[in-house]
Design a protein around this ligand. Structure first.
Ligand code: IPM
Ligand code: MN
Length: 362
């Protein structure tokens, strides 16, 4: 399996290092041959080459089976227009790979329930998956422009774009609790009317799945008042961006969450968090979102459920034993460091993996 590794900026570098550590350790146990190719993206790529998504990076990605990304974004580019900023590298990468369905799972980790900003009785049992449309809407809609006295973006969706991402949501619900909540703003936006009608049509092919519609503002509210009502949340690009940060932070920290982008030629895996320049280079970032992204890579691209589960069990074990990076630690003096968490997860994942592969050999 060829994997292009794009650590990117800020804490992306540190968390990706730990994710690769865990991946390499587990791959050995399962005799998975993994070829890693490290390339530049984002601010690091702009500084080195002038482009946020250089040709060399693109070529490597297009030859890969999967891409593992850290994070992009750095304050020294803050004054620039969107098209010159590191973030454009990520958008160009997404477009090049073609994945249109961004899967962002968010669930209550039993060991972390008291780190959630929500009360235990509200949050306990939460287990949801946001399916965010990733290649349409305001992010990519044309025309777009900025002038002296006004600026505009275009929100545009075609039936085909809605249909394909809706199918991913319904298929995902089949392997979960069997419910899809489609989120839109159909009381105001034409794109949302089209979205809702199209989702209704797709739903006919999945009679066993329960479908409900929510307006995005109501969804934002239900996420904090009654998160256990959700299973699969299907929504367009910008709404999904906002709701997935909200859903992620309910778990106690944005640093915990992983994502997979599927449906295109090449799958993309990345933690939900950003580059967090304020804590970069201090070895204090939470690497669990990046490590969980590797687990998703093993599950979705390598189709190795066991290897994925070994990593997920290892994450649970590290948390159950009380190891915490500063973002989820109650003790802000004594806490585990990024590389310490990575090494522990790698060690436990290897133990879980060895038990499984030995018991199979017998
Ligand atoms: C995310 C990020 C990106 C997005 C930014 C960095 C372009 O916030 O992956 O959620 O808005 O999609
Ligand atoms: Mn975001």
């Amino acid at each position: 399996m060829k994997i292009t590794v794009l650590a990117g900026d800020g804490i992306g570098v540190e968390v990706t290092r730990e994710a690769v550590k865990v991946l390499s350790a587990v791959a050995k146990i399962y005799d998975l041959e993994i070829e890693l190719d490290e390339q530049l993206i984002g601010g690091a790529a702009i500084s080195a080459t002038g482009a946020a998504f250089p040709d060399e990076t693109k070529e490597s990605c297009l030859k890969a089976d999967a891409v593992l990304l850290g994070a992009v974004g750095a304050p020294e580019f803050d004054h620039l227009l969107p098209e010159k900023r590191p973030e454009i590298g990520l958008l160009q990468l997404r477009q090049a790979l073609g994945g249109f369905a961004n899967l962002r799972p968010s669930k209550a980790f039993p060991a972390l329930i008291d780190s959630s900003p929500l009360r235990r009785e509200i949050f306990e049992g939460t287990d949801l998956l946001i399916v965010r449309e990733l290649l349409g809407g305001l992010y990519f809609g044309q025309p777009r422009a900025i002038g002296e006295t006004e600026a505009f973006n275009t929100m545009r969706y075609s039936v085909a774009e809605v249909e394909r991402v809706a199918r991913v949501a319904f298929e995902s619900a089949r392997n979960r609790k069997g419910k899809v909540t489609s989120v839109d703003k159909a009381n105001v936006l034409e794109t949302s009317r089209l979205w809702r009608e199209t989702v209704e049509k797709v739903a006919k092919d999945y009679p066993e799945i329960e479908l409900e519609h929510l307006f995005v503002d109501a969804c934002a509210m239900h996420l904090v008042t009654n998160p256990t009502r959700f299973d699969v949340v299907l929504t367009e690009n910008l709404f999904g961006d906002i709701l997935s940060d909200e859903a992620a932070v309910l778990t106690g920290s944005l640093g915990m969450l992983a994502s997979a982008t599927v449906g295109g030629a090449i799958d993309l895996f990345e933690p939900v968090h950003g580059s967090a320049p304020d804590i970069a280079g201090k070895n204090i970032a939470n690497p669990l979102g990046a490590i969980a992204s590797v687990a998703m890579l093993l599950r979705y691209t390598a189709k190795n459920t066991e290897a994925a589960a070994a990593i997920e069990n290892a994450i649970d074990k590290v948390l159950a034993e009380g190891y915490r990076t500063i973002d989820i630690s109650n003790d802000k003096e004594n806490f585990a460091r990024t590389d310490e968490i990575g090494a522990l997860v790698a060690k436990y994942a290897v133990e879980f993996a060895s038990v499984r592969s030995n018991s199979q050999a017998v």
